[in-house]
Design a protein around this ligand. Structure first.
Ligand SMILES: [Zn+2]
Length: 240
């Protein structure tokens, strides 16, 4: 990059210091929260001089041995519950990354900010003002979101989506009787819908623009994932 906006430096304790080179400092609430989130994420990182290598979680030295597997089994330690999200190749990377972060609970909802000890005036969902803003509310249960999932299911001619979490949303394609191609398209539709819900939420909060289901389903500009959303819906119908 010709003109970096900052660089990471290691201080004497091995902690990461960020040296910012701003063109313009963060000012809006969103920018400041995102910066705080970034600092929070890299705050626990310790840089060292050694080369990266794989570590075995079952042993404190990181070395694999049959004995350590046996001991893990004996202690009933199981890491298989760690969710590995499949990448969806046909949707923009930002939608994949967004879905991945949403599943991990790392989207900057009101409750997530409060949990990071960031001062937030109100953690209530600004869209309906009736519940705390957490992932499941925003992406699954909020009435606006429910309408979107109903609309997606109707358009794709699949049963109503029986989901309770972001992970359920990312897996539901496997449970609604789709062939492999349709699964892949449906998967991307879910990702873009989640990203669009978040965008609608931000537009309401930061630009005072009311969230409308129609806007999510409309075809936007070229760089807009909504465009691929519209195309995907049409492609889905065509492929079935
Ligand atoms: Zn709400």
């Amino acid at each position: 990059m010709g003109n970096p906006h900052g660089k990471l430096k290691r201080n004497e304790e091995g902690e990461v210091d960020v040296v910012w080179i701003w063109k313009r400092g963060p000012v809006t609430f969103l920018e400041i929260s995102e910066l705080n989130w970034l600092l929070w994420e890299i705050g626990s990182v310790r840089l060292c001089e050694t080369v990266d290598k794989w570590m075995w979680e079952g042993d404190k030295n990181g070395e694999f041995s049959v004995g350590s597997v046996r001991s893990m089994l004996r202690r009933g330690i199981d890491h298989s519950s760690t969710y590995v999200m499949k990448w969806c190749n046909w949707v923009p990377a930002k939608c994949n990354v967004f879905a991945w972060r949403a599943e991990l609970g790392k989207i900057l909802t009101g409750v997530a900010l409060r949990n990071m000890n960031i001062q937030v005036e109100d953690i209530t969902c600004q869209l309906c003002e009736s519940r705390d803003e957490i992932n499941e509310h925003l992406f699954v249960f909020y009435s606006f979101t429910c309408l979107i999932w109903q609309r997606v299911a109707a358009w794709c001619r699949v049963p109503a989506l029986n989901v309770a979490s972001v992970r359920d949303l990312l897996e539901i394609r496997n449970q609604i009787g789709l062939n492999d191609l349709a699964k892949e398209v449906f998967y991307g539709i879910v990702m873009i819908a989640c990203w669009s819900i978040w965008r609608a939420r931000n537009e309401l909060i930061f630009s005072n623009k009311p969230a409308k289901v129609e806007d999510i389903f409309s075809v936007g500009s070229v760089r807009d994932p909504n465009k691929s959303f519209g195309r995907a819906l049409i492609r889905f119908r065509g492929g079935n």
